[in-house]
Design a protein around this ligand. Structure first.
Ligand SMILES: Cc1ncc(COP(=O)(O)O)c(C=O)c1O
Length: 378
Protein backbone atom coordinates (compact mmCIF):
# COMPACT_ATOMS: atom_id res chain seq x y z
CA UNK A 1 0.00 0.00 0.00
CA UNK A 2 2.57 2.57 1.14
CA UNK A 3 5.69 2.21 -0.92
CA UNK A 4 7.19 5.61 -0.21
CA UNK A 5 7.67 5.61 3.56
CA UNK A 6 9.34 9.01 3.45
CA UNK A 7 6.24 10.77 2.10
CA UNK A 8 4.01 8.61 4.36
CA UNK A 9 5.86 9.92 7.43
CA UNK A 10 5.33 13.47 6.25
CA UNK A 11 1.65 12.79 5.70
CA UNK A 12 1.26 11.39 9.21
CA UNK A 13 2.97 14.46 10.63
CA UNK A 14 0.58 16.68 8.63
CA UNK A 15 -2.44 14.72 9.90
CA UNK A 16 -1.21 15.04 13.46
CA UNK A 17 -0.63 18.78 13.09
CA UNK A 18 -4.13 19.25 11.68
CA UNK A 19 -5.71 17.15 14.43
CA UNK A 20 -3.81 19.07 17.12
CA UNK A 21 -4.83 22.47 15.74
CA UNK A 22 -8.48 21.42 15.38
CA UNK A 23 -8.71 19.96 18.85
CA UNK A 24 -6.56 22.51 20.72
CA UNK A 25 -8.30 23.31 23.99
CA UNK A 26 -10.75 20.42 23.56
CA UNK A 27 -10.92 18.02 26.47
CA UNK A 28 -12.62 14.65 26.12
CA UNK A 29 -15.65 13.94 28.32
CA UNK A 30 -14.45 11.87 31.29
CA UNK A 31 -17.09 9.29 32.25
CA UNK A 32 -17.48 7.64 35.66
CA UNK A 33 -14.82 5.05 36.48
CA UNK A 34 -15.90 1.60 35.20
CA UNK A 35 -16.40 -1.14 37.82
CA UNK A 36 -13.87 -3.44 36.10
CA UNK A 37 -11.18 -0.76 36.31
CA UNK A 38 -11.68 -0.25 40.04
CA UNK A 39 -11.70 -4.01 40.70
CA UNK A 40 -8.36 -4.32 38.86
CA UNK A 41 -6.85 -1.25 40.50
CA UNK A 42 -7.78 -2.25 44.04
CA UNK A 43 -7.82 -6.04 43.76
CA UNK A 44 -11.47 -6.12 44.90
CA UNK A 45 -14.10 -8.69 43.95
CA UNK A 46 -17.12 -6.38 44.16
CA UNK A 47 -17.77 -2.71 43.60
CA UNK A 48 -20.77 -0.38 43.54
CA UNK A 49 -20.76 2.25 40.79
CA UNK A 50 -22.52 5.42 41.85
CA UNK A 51 -20.79 7.66 39.34
CA UNK A 52 -22.95 8.03 36.21
CA UNK A 53 -26.50 8.71 37.43
CA UNK A 54 -27.68 5.41 35.98
CA UNK A 55 -30.92 3.73 36.94
CA UNK A 56 -30.12 0.94 39.44
CA UNK A 57 -33.47 -0.80 38.90
CA UNK A 58 -32.94 -1.52 35.21
CA UNK A 59 -35.36 -0.83 32.37
CA UNK A 60 -39.03 -1.83 32.25
CA UNK A 61 -39.43 -5.59 31.64
CA UNK A 62 -41.40 -4.61 28.53
CA UNK A 63 -38.36 -2.75 27.20
CA UNK A 64 -36.15 -5.80 27.81
CA UNK A 65 -38.65 -7.94 25.87
CA UNK A 66 -38.66 -5.41 23.03
CA UNK A 67 -34.85 -5.44 22.89
CA UNK A 68 -34.82 -9.27 22.70
CA UNK A 69 -37.38 -9.24 19.90
CA UNK A 70 -35.46 -6.55 18.00
CA UNK A 71 -32.15 -8.40 18.42
CA UNK A 72 -33.06 -10.94 15.74
CA UNK A 73 -33.55 -8.11 13.24
CA UNK A 74 -30.23 -6.36 13.62
CA UNK A 75 -29.12 -7.52 10.19
CA UNK A 76 -31.43 -4.71 8.98
CA UNK A 77 -30.78 -0.98 9.29
CA UNK A 78 -33.10 0.77 11.73
CA UNK A 79 -35.84 3.08 10.51
CA UNK A 80 -33.72 6.15 9.75
CA UNK A 81 -36.63 8.42 10.52
CA UNK A 82 -37.56 6.62 13.75
CA UNK A 83 -41.24 6.76 12.75
CA UNK A 84 -42.75 4.54 15.42
CA UNK A 85 -40.73 6.13 18.20
CA UNK A 86 -41.51 9.64 16.97
CA UNK A 87 -45.23 8.79 16.87
CA UNK A 88 -45.08 7.36 20.39
CA UNK A 89 -43.24 10.44 21.72
CA UNK A 90 -45.52 12.84 19.81
CA UNK A 91 -48.64 11.12 21.23
CA UNK A 92 -47.15 11.11 24.71
CA UNK A 93 -46.52 14.86 24.60
CA UNK A 94 -49.53 15.75 22.45
CA UNK A 95 -47.33 17.46 19.85
CA UNK A 96 -46.96 16.78 16.14
CA UNK A 97 -44.51 14.20 14.87
CA UNK A 98 -42.40 16.78 13.05
CA UNK A 99 -41.69 18.49 16.38
CA UNK A 100 -39.74 15.44 17.60
CA UNK A 101 -35.97 15.19 17.14
CA UNK A 102 -34.32 11.86 17.98
CA UNK A 103 -30.74 11.36 19.08
CA UNK A 104 -28.18 8.74 20.04
CA UNK A 105 -28.75 9.77 23.66
CA UNK A 106 -29.82 13.32 24.45
CA UNK A 107 -26.10 14.05 24.33
CA UNK A 108 -26.26 13.82 20.54
CA UNK A 109 -29.38 16.00 20.48
CA UNK A 110 -27.50 18.70 22.43
CA UNK A 111 -24.45 18.48 20.19
CA UNK A 112 -26.50 18.59 17.00
CA UNK A 113 -28.41 21.64 18.21
CA UNK A 114 -25.28 23.57 19.18
CA UNK A 115 -23.48 22.63 15.95
CA UNK A 116 -26.50 23.54 13.87
CA UNK A 117 -27.18 26.95 15.39
CA UNK A 118 -23.76 28.21 16.52
CA UNK A 119 -20.43 28.56 14.75
CA UNK A 120 -17.37 30.79 14.56
CA UNK A 121 -18.18 34.32 15.73
CA UNK A 122 -21.32 33.24 17.65
CA UNK A 123 -21.82 32.88 21.40
CA UNK A 124 -23.37 30.06 23.42
CA UNK A 125 -24.38 30.85 26.99
CA UNK A 126 -24.52 28.35 29.84
CA UNK A 127 -23.97 28.25 33.58
CA UNK A 128 -20.34 27.60 34.60
CA UNK A 129 -21.29 24.51 36.61
CA UNK A 130 -23.81 23.16 34.14
CA UNK A 131 -23.58 19.82 32.31
CA UNK A 132 -20.09 19.82 30.78
CA UNK A 133 -21.21 18.69 27.33
CA UNK A 134 -22.51 22.25 26.57
CA UNK A 135 -18.94 23.53 26.87
CA UNK A 136 -17.49 20.63 24.86
CA UNK A 137 -20.06 20.96 22.06
CA UNK A 138 -19.57 24.72 21.94
CA UNK A 139 -15.80 24.34 21.60
CA UNK A 140 -16.28 21.76 18.87
CA UNK A 141 -18.66 24.09 16.99
CA UNK A 142 -16.07 26.88 16.93
CA UNK A 143 -18.43 29.25 18.77
CA UNK A 144 -17.42 31.22 21.83
CA UNK A 145 -18.54 29.83 25.20
CA UNK A 146 -20.03 32.38 27.60
CA UNK A 147 -20.01 30.72 30.96
CA UNK A 148 -22.00 32.53 33.66
CA UNK A 149 -21.15 32.15 37.36
CA UNK A 150 -23.80 30.79 39.70
CA UNK A 151 -24.83 33.34 42.35
CA UNK A 152 -24.63 30.77 45.17
CA UNK A 153 -22.02 28.47 43.61
CA UNK A 154 -24.63 25.90 42.56
CA UNK A 155 -27.79 27.40 41.01
CA UNK A 156 -28.02 28.86 37.48
CA UNK A 157 -28.17 32.66 37.84
CA UNK A 158 -30.95 33.28 35.32
CA UNK A 159 -30.78 37.10 35.63
CA UNK A 160 -27.04 37.10 34.96
CA UNK A 161 -27.53 34.67 32.06
CA UNK A 162 -30.18 36.93 30.50
CA UNK A 163 -27.87 39.92 31.01
CA UNK A 164 -25.07 38.06 29.20
CA UNK A 165 -27.07 37.85 25.96
CA UNK A 166 -25.63 39.91 23.08
CA UNK A 167 -26.45 40.10 19.41
CA UNK A 168 -23.92 37.30 18.93
CA UNK A 169 -25.82 34.91 21.21
CA UNK A 170 -27.25 32.04 19.21
CA UNK A 171 -27.88 29.32 21.81
CA UNK A 172 -28.56 29.28 25.56
CA UNK A 173 -28.46 26.01 27.52
CA UNK A 174 -30.16 25.41 30.85
CA UNK A 175 -30.15 22.07 32.63
CA UNK A 176 -33.22 21.73 34.82
CA UNK A 177 -32.53 19.97 37.17
CA UNK A 178 -28.86 20.64 36.61
CA UNK A 179 -26.10 18.05 36.57
CA UNK A 180 -23.84 18.07 38.60
CA UNK A 181 -25.38 20.53 41.10
CA UNK A 182 -28.87 18.99 41.28
CA UNK A 183 -30.53 22.42 41.44
CA UNK A 184 -33.97 23.17 40.04
CA UNK A 185 -35.81 26.24 38.78
CA UNK A 186 -39.60 26.33 38.82
CA UNK A 187 -41.47 26.84 35.56
CA UNK A 188 -42.39 30.46 36.30
CA UNK A 189 -38.73 31.43 36.85
CA UNK A 190 -37.81 29.78 33.54
CA UNK A 191 -40.66 31.56 31.72
CA UNK A 192 -39.60 34.96 33.15
CA UNK A 193 -36.11 34.18 31.83
CA UNK A 194 -37.44 33.15 28.40
CA UNK A 195 -39.44 36.38 28.17
CA UNK A 196 -36.20 38.39 28.45
CA UNK A 197 -34.52 36.63 25.49
CA UNK A 198 -34.58 37.68 21.83
CA UNK A 199 -37.06 35.60 19.81
CA UNK A 200 -34.38 34.20 17.50
CA UNK A 201 -32.17 32.69 20.21
CA UNK A 202 -32.39 28.90 20.51
CA UNK A 203 -32.97 28.02 24.16
CA UNK A 204 -32.29 24.44 25.17
CA UNK A 205 -33.99 23.39 28.38
CA UNK A 206 -32.23 20.13 29.12
CA UNK A 207 -34.61 18.00 31.15
CA UNK A 208 -32.57 14.79 31.36
CA UNK A 209 -33.77 14.42 34.97
CA UNK A 210 -37.35 15.64 34.37
CA UNK A 211 -39.10 12.49 35.63
CA UNK A 212 -37.56 12.93 39.08
CA UNK A 213 -39.31 16.30 39.42
CA UNK A 214 -42.34 15.75 37.19
CA UNK A 215 -44.70 16.58 40.07
CA UNK A 216 -42.94 19.87 40.87
CA UNK A 217 -42.39 20.98 37.28
CA UNK A 218 -45.65 20.15 35.54
CA UNK A 219 -45.86 19.99 31.76
CA UNK A 220 -42.91 22.08 30.54
CA UNK A 221 -43.52 21.14 26.91
CA UNK A 222 -46.85 22.97 26.90
CA UNK A 223 -46.37 25.52 29.66
CA UNK A 224 -43.11 27.14 28.52
CA UNK A 225 -43.31 29.56 25.61
CA UNK A 226 -40.54 30.86 23.32
CA UNK A 227 -40.17 30.49 19.54
CA UNK A 228 -36.66 29.03 19.89
CA UNK A 229 -37.55 26.73 22.81
CA UNK A 230 -36.13 23.20 22.68
CA UNK A 231 -36.90 20.76 25.48
CA UNK A 232 -34.60 17.76 25.58
CA UNK A 233 -35.29 14.52 27.43
CA UNK A 234 -33.56 11.20 27.69
CA UNK A 235 -34.32 7.50 28.10
CA UNK A 236 -31.00 7.09 29.96
CA UNK A 237 -32.06 8.07 33.48
CA UNK A 238 -35.58 7.33 34.74
CA UNK A 239 -36.24 4.88 31.88
CA UNK A 240 -33.07 2.90 32.61
CA UNK A 241 -31.88 2.69 28.99
CA UNK A 242 -28.48 4.45 29.24
CA UNK A 243 -26.75 1.60 27.40
CA UNK A 244 -29.16 1.83 24.45
CA UNK A 245 -28.34 5.52 23.79
CA UNK A 246 -31.61 7.21 22.96
CA UNK A 247 -32.88 10.69 23.73
CA UNK A 248 -35.07 13.29 22.07
CA UNK A 249 -36.07 16.91 21.92
CA UNK A 250 -39.36 18.69 21.32
CA UNK A 251 -39.15 21.97 19.41
CA UNK A 252 -40.79 23.92 16.60
CA UNK A 253 -40.99 21.80 13.44
CA UNK A 254 -38.74 24.33 11.64
CA UNK A 255 -35.97 23.81 14.22
CA UNK A 256 -36.27 20.03 14.03
CA UNK A 257 -36.12 20.10 10.21
CA UNK A 258 -32.90 22.15 10.28
CA UNK A 259 -31.19 19.93 12.83
CA UNK A 260 -32.19 16.82 10.90
CA UNK A 261 -29.95 18.04 8.06
CA UNK A 262 -26.97 17.63 10.41
CA UNK A 263 -27.61 14.20 11.82
CA UNK A 264 -26.36 10.96 10.41
CA UNK A 265 -29.02 8.86 8.68
CA UNK A 266 -29.33 6.01 11.21
CA UNK A 267 -28.40 7.75 14.45
CA UNK A 268 -30.75 5.79 16.73
CA UNK A 269 -30.21 2.06 16.55
CA UNK A 270 -32.89 -0.56 16.05
CA UNK A 271 -32.90 -1.99 19.58
CA UNK A 272 -32.87 1.47 21.14
CA UNK A 273 -35.91 2.53 19.13
CA UNK A 274 -37.85 -0.61 20.11
CA UNK A 275 -36.84 -0.30 23.78
CA UNK A 276 -37.81 3.37 23.98
CA UNK A 277 -41.26 2.73 22.48
CA UNK A 278 -41.87 -0.06 25.01
CA UNK A 279 -40.49 1.93 27.95
CA UNK A 280 -42.68 4.93 27.20
CA UNK A 281 -45.64 2.56 27.07
CA UNK A 282 -44.82 1.33 30.58
CA UNK A 283 -44.80 4.75 32.20
CA UNK A 284 -46.47 3.56 35.44
CA UNK A 285 -43.67 1.06 36.04
CA UNK A 286 -41.06 3.73 35.30
CA UNK A 287 -42.66 6.30 37.60
CA UNK A 288 -42.90 3.73 40.43
CA UNK A 289 -39.10 3.27 40.19
CA UNK A 290 -38.69 7.06 40.14
CA UNK A 291 -40.65 7.21 43.42
CA UNK A 292 -38.30 4.55 44.86
CA UNK A 293 -35.29 6.57 43.72
CA UNK A 294 -36.63 9.81 45.18
CA UNK A 295 -37.26 8.08 48.54
CA UNK A 296 -33.69 6.75 48.49
CA UNK A 297 -32.38 10.22 47.60
CA UNK A 298 -34.09 11.61 50.72
CA UNK A 299 -32.50 8.85 52.81
CA UNK A 300 -29.04 9.68 51.43
CA UNK A 301 -29.49 13.43 51.84
CA UNK A 302 -30.72 13.04 55.43
CA UNK A 303 -27.72 10.85 56.25
CA UNK A 304 -25.25 13.29 54.63
CA UNK A 305 -26.91 16.17 56.46
CA UNK A 306 -26.50 14.39 59.81
CA UNK A 307 -22.79 13.92 59.05
CA UNK A 308 -22.47 17.60 58.10
CA UNK A 309 -21.48 16.56 54.56
CA UNK A 310 -24.52 17.54 52.49
CA UNK A 311 -23.31 19.66 49.58
CA UNK A 312 -26.73 21.10 48.66
CA UNK A 313 -30.25 19.88 47.93
CA UNK A 314 -30.50 17.80 44.78
CA UNK A 315 -33.68 17.24 42.76
CA UNK A 316 -32.25 14.55 40.48
CA UNK A 317 -31.08 10.94 40.93
CA UNK A 318 -27.83 11.92 42.66
CA UNK A 319 -26.73 13.74 45.79
CA UNK A 320 -23.87 16.09 46.55
CA UNK A 321 -21.30 15.53 49.24
CA UNK A 322 -19.01 18.37 50.32
CA UNK A 323 -15.79 17.91 52.26
CA UNK A 324 -12.52 19.84 52.37
CA UNK A 325 -10.49 16.65 51.74
CA UNK A 326 -12.51 15.16 48.94
CA UNK A 327 -9.62 13.44 47.17
CA UNK A 328 -8.82 11.54 50.37
CA UNK A 329 -12.50 10.68 50.82
CA UNK A 330 -12.69 9.53 47.19
CA UNK A 331 -9.67 7.25 47.62
CA UNK A 332 -11.07 5.75 50.81
CA UNK A 333 -14.48 5.16 49.23
CA UNK A 334 -12.80 3.49 46.24
CA UNK A 335 -10.72 1.35 48.63
CA UNK A 336 -14.07 0.07 49.92
CA UNK A 337 -15.45 -0.60 46.42
CA UNK A 338 -17.63 2.50 46.13
CA UNK A 339 -17.28 4.61 42.96
CA UNK A 340 -18.54 8.20 43.34
CA UNK A 341 -17.89 10.98 40.81
CA UNK A 342 -15.27 13.62 41.62
CA UNK A 343 -16.29 17.07 40.39
CA UNK A 344 -12.93 18.83 39.98
CA UNK A 345 -13.62 19.17 36.23
CA UNK A 346 -16.47 21.51 37.22
CA UNK A 347 -14.26 23.56 39.54
CA UNK A 348 -15.87 21.75 42.47
CA UNK A 349 -12.85 19.99 43.96
CA UNK A 350 -14.44 19.79 47.40
CA UNK A 351 -17.55 17.98 46.14
CA UNK A 352 -18.35 14.39 45.23
CA UNK A 353 -21.48 13.48 43.30
CA UNK A 354 -23.08 10.20 44.37
CA UNK A 355 -25.73 8.66 42.15
CA UNK A 356 -28.74 7.25 43.96
CA UNK A 357 -28.39 3.48 43.81
CA UNK A 358 -30.84 0.84 44.97
CA UNK A 359 -31.40 0.35 48.71
CA UNK A 360 -28.52 -2.11 49.19
CA UNK A 361 -26.07 0.00 47.15
CA UNK A 362 -26.94 3.12 49.09
CA UNK A 363 -26.57 1.23 52.38
CA UNK A 364 -23.12 0.02 51.27
CA UNK A 365 -22.15 3.62 50.46
CA UNK A 366 -23.43 4.95 53.81
CA UNK A 367 -21.70 2.15 55.71
CA UNK A 368 -18.39 2.93 53.99
CA UNK A 369 -18.84 6.66 54.52
CA UNK A 370 -19.65 6.31 58.22
CA UNK A 371 -16.56 4.15 58.67
CA UNK A 372 -14.35 6.71 56.89
CA UNK A 373 -15.78 9.66 58.81
CA UNK A 374 -15.27 7.82 62.11
CA UNK A 375 -11.63 7.24 61.06
CA UNK A 376 -11.17 10.91 60.19
CA UNK A 377 -12.42 11.93 63.63
CA UNK A 378 -10.05 9.65 65.52
C1 LIG B 1 -28.03 17.21 32.29
C2 LIG B 1 -27.74 16.10 31.35
N1 LIG B 1 -28.13 16.23 30.08
C3 LIG B 1 -27.89 15.28 29.18
C4 LIG B 1 -27.23 14.12 29.53
C5 LIG B 1 -26.93 13.12 28.44
O1 LIG B 1 -27.55 11.92 28.67
P1 LIG B 1 -27.79 10.87 27.50
O2 LIG B 1 -26.88 11.21 26.38
O3 LIG B 1 -27.49 9.56 28.11
O4 LIG B 1 -29.23 11.04 27.11
C6 LIG B 1 -26.81 13.92 30.83
C7 LIG B 1 -26.09 12.70 31.22
O5 LIG B 1 -25.63 12.49 32.29
C8 LIG B 1 -27.07 14.94 31.78
O6 LIG B 1 -26.68 14.82 33.04
Amino acid sequence: MAEDWGSMDKMIIDWMARAVSQTAGLYPYVPGKPVEQLLNEKGLSHAVKLASNENPYGPSPKAIKAISAAASEVNRYPDGDGNQLKHTIADFHAVSRDQVLLGNGSNEVLELLIRCFAGAGDEVIFSSRAFIVYALATQASGACAVSVQEADGLTHDLDAMAAAVTDKTKVVCIANPNNPTGTLHGQSAIQIFLDKLPRDVVVIIDEAYYEFVADELGDSVHELQHPGLVISRTFSKAYGLAGCRVGYAIAAAEIVALVNRFREPFNVNLMAQAAAVAALGDRDWVMARVADSNAERSRLQDALDKLGLLGGESFANFVLLRHSQCSDLLRQLEDRGIIPRPLAAYGMADYLRISVGNHEENSAFLEALNEIVAGLQE
